[in-house]
Design a protein around this ligand. Sequence first.
Ligand SMILES: [Ca+2]
Ligand SMILES: [Ca+2]
Ligand SMILES: [Ca+2]
Length: 223
Amino acid sequence: MTGDGFDDLAVVYSVDDPADEGEGVVYRGSPTGLTSRLTGGFPGWGVGSVAIGDIGGDGFGDVVAGNAYEDAEDPGGQIYISRGSAGGLAAHRLLGPGTPGMPEAPDGVSGFDSSVTAGDVDADGYGDVAVGLEGAVYILHGGRGGLSAGDTRVLTPETADLSDPYATRFGLDITLIDIDGDAAAELLTTTGESVSLYSSSVAVPPSGSPSAEASSRRGVVRR
Ligand SMILES: [Ca+2]
Ligand SMILES: [Ca+2]
Ligand SMILES: [Ca+2]
């Protein structure tokens, strides 16, 4: 997160106190392990999943945290995004299905927080974020200005061409990881009884053909 070449650790904690809303903090990595806590933080209440990726492409990792807490402003859940720098974490911003420009959640799908993961799905140097819901995966694209709501794509079992009897659990547990070493992250998702792997191109809208969904899926791994 601090651009020094050492990975840092994001931690969320809360204490058993009704007045305590918890806090998300980051501990600095070093050649000898974790050291001091970075200045700044993000709300920890309701956070069940945290990822670090360089969304703005500035060399500093940024924190993304999924928050299950549903409020009147965004009943579908939200993610916190806190930009990292040499000095620490900046104030967080929120994104969710209720954010202007974001696609609405598919019918019957909620919980914009179940699993968050970061990786560069289009190999453009800007980290991207996937948010798993029970029944859908949102792919949010990073850029110089951060995550863009308008470029978000929503994968569902239907759009991902997944005929699986356990697909109702599609998206509950996801990981973006570059498996084939081409710099573009693939999407790994569990679907109850199976694990599916999607090529990075399913997350990138084909230019001029927004309706062409996961036709480029490279393969599915079953266990
Ligand atoms: Ca950054
Ligand atoms: Ca990217
Ligand atoms: Ca790849």
